[in-house]
Design a protein around this ligand. Sequence first.
Ligand SMILES: C[S@@+](CC[C@H](N)C(=O)[O-])C[C@H]1O[C@@H](n2cnc3c(N)ncnc32)[C@H](O)[C@@H]1O
Length: 259
Amino acid sequence: MVSPAIALAFLPFLITLLIRYRHYLVLLYRAVLVGWLRDRLTGVPREQRAFQYLLAHAIPGDPRHVLQTLDQWSYYCEHLSCVGPVKGRIVERLVRERAPQRVLELGTYCGYGTVLLAQGLPLGARLYTVEPDPRHAAVAEKVIRLAGFDERTVELIVGPSEEVIPQLRARHGLAKADFVFMDHGKRCYLRDLRLLETHQLLAPGTTVLADNVLFPGAPHFLQYAKTCGKYRCKVHRASLEYFRAIPDGIAELCYVGNC
Ligand SMILES: C[S@@+](CC[C@H](N)C(=O)[O-])C[C@H]1O[C@@H](n2cnc3c(N)ncnc32)[C@H](O)[C@@H]1O
């Protein structure tokens, strides 16, 4: 048994910790606990619940309204780990500036990032998005089509990036990507960047964006990008999706080729 005196001595320390990390505790509560509980109580996965909300509130064929509706859901109902509106504006601006013809997204989840990327593409451009979880992919497919993008503009590939990347050229006709959005397992970023290099899927000038490089963070990926000599690299500082108090950032890499 811990004596009351010792417990009391630890109280200020505990309170300081709670105050300091309160935003992360709220994140844990909203992003993990609430979703898990509602999954158990309703028997419907949260991504499917989000899609039902979308069906009831979003204007079909209007990608901007689809994104706004998903934002409403994530702010006021349940958290979704989509790129979100704050970092989304950075992604949107870069897509419009670069006007890429061939885009690759790793980590589709519910299709928020896919719709965000697709709405800024020039005519005739094509977006390939990769998702290994068939349940997420099924929701994403419906979200993408609801937003008005057909198979010619957006191809959803179901499988893990490490298996899909080596097959992109032969199976899906993607010779080079001129814009890549990485938003899947943070530990996969470095491995997949190197896979893209090995399979010669990057061309000089290709933009590679990587989400969440500050939270939860991708230090090995950032270190490689900054020191290998193949990229110009900068980090756009912002905040975590749907949590303004938690700092996060998107890395922007420009492939300059093998030096
Ligand atoms: C943060 S979510 C993606 C969010 C999405 N880009 C958006 O903005 O809406 C991460 C997704 O990556 C997927 N994922 C995990 N490992 C992956 C892998 N090896 N290849 C591709 N996707 C992966 C997960 O299943 C999950 O759906």
